[in-house]
Design a protein around this ligand. Structure first.
Ligand code: SAH
Length: 340
């Protein structure tokens, strides 16, 4: 059976017409979904008949809060259970500008980045739009806070689940649904060139982040096997094309690993590579994962790396780390608690 949370409003309108109902019923149902109801019976302005029809045609249950953990810095990591019993994690972070949620889009990940915990767990399936958006709805319900920013930086590769992620973005953005500004959402990709090209043609003002992590193909391939399929120059060509089409600035993410990608020559090489690209570099200390071979760079080395990039005309900042004490920081999310 179809889940009613997977529809955008226009699709739900079509569904109602196909059920022989008036189109405007879709608006009523849609409003209830984003007011946070957990059953069709709570939709009190619908007739009994329609409620029965909905129950016969759609499911509504989607995602359940299983557990949460709060960090010293106020970051909350959530574990959600899906209808089929699988689990995913999301993270709520508090910033000066408001609340940001880092959401997952797949159960497991196929990309195999050697520094990332999510890669160590096998890929199971894509999340549906309802399951992606549901993480934000449930977090708002649990925390009592309105979420203002979304980052697609949890488990999964967004461009490997392109259609569902795009639909989720439109639902998050819809004023009648979660009403989160597109400019306040960021999609992060390991560099799937087809996805970058497609994303450039979407009429949505969402930010694009590229996980680069090295300016040298040998090193990047070692860290990110996807580099064998799409080399750095192919990724950067797609980025140039994206900027040309959208006029939007790209963020490059760069996890600094001691002795691997963090010396002065690396910074100079990176600056040369990014020269002329409208971008910003986000430096992150790599988080050590279980059985992981990579160690983070020292704070001093990170600052030097940043300063070298800045000297060479590339805007770079060091990202503040949140939630590392509860394994909620970058690359630490896993599919299921038992697998940590
Ligand atoms: N698949 C997407 C989004 C998921 S990860 C992507 O690759 O971009 C979000 C970010 O966290 C990516 O930049 C990823 O490379 C980074 N990351 C993963 N593991 C990490 C770790 N152990 N330490 C620091 N950053 C990590």
């Amino acid at each position: 059976m179809k889940n009613i949370r997977d529809f955008e409003l226009s699709e739900l309108e079509e569904e109602m017409i196909n059920l022989g109902e008036k189109k405007f019923r879709a608006k009523q149902i849609f409003a209830w979904l984003y007011r946070g109801v957990n059953s069709f019976d709570e939709m009190t302005d619908l007739s009994k008949d329609l409620i029965e029809k909905l129950k016969a045609n759609y499911t509504l249950e989607c995602i359940f809060l299983d557990d949460f953990q709060t960090s010293k810095d106020g970051t909350v990591k959530y574990l959600f259970r899906l209808v089929d019993g699988h689990k995913v994690e999301s993270v709520l972070m508090k910033y000066k500008f408001g609340y940001s949620v880092c959401i997952s889009n797949q159960i497991g990940c196929k990309m195999g980045c050697t520094f990332c915990a999510s890669a160590k767990i096998g890929f199971v399936r894509n999340l549906t739009p309802g399951e992606i958006v549901g993480q934000v709805l449930k977090i708002q319900e649990h925390s009592g806070e309105k979420v203002s920013n979304i980052v697609f930086m949890g488990i999964g590769e967004p461009f490997d689940n392109y259609d569902n992620v795009l639909k989720a973005i439109r639902l998050l953005n819809d004023p009648k649904a979660l009403n989160i500004g597109a400019r306040h959402m960021s999609v992060s990709t390991c560099g799937l060139v087809d996805g970058i090209k497609k994303f450039a043609d979407e009429k949505i003002q969402c930010n694009l982040c590229i996980s680069l992590h090295s300016s040298r193909d040998e090193v990047r391939t070692e860290m990110m096997p996807i580099n064998k399929r799409y080399s750095i120059s192919e990724v950067l060509d797609a980025c140039r094309e994206y900027i040309k089409k959208t006029n939007r600035r790209i963020t490059f993410e760069y996890a600094l690993v001691n002795g691997v990608n963090d010396n002065r020559e690396d910074a100079i090489h990176l600056a040369r590579l990014l020269h002329g690209i409208l971008c910003h570099v986000n430096l992150i200390p790599v988080n050590k994962i279980k059985d992981g071979k990579y160690e983070k760079s020292s704070v001093e080395k990170m600052m030097k790396f940043r300063d070298t990039l800045n000297e060479k005309g590339i805007v770079a900042t060091i990202r503040r780390e949140l939630g590392s004490d509860i394994s909620a920081a970058c690359g630490q999310l896993v599919r299921d608690k038992q697998e940590q």
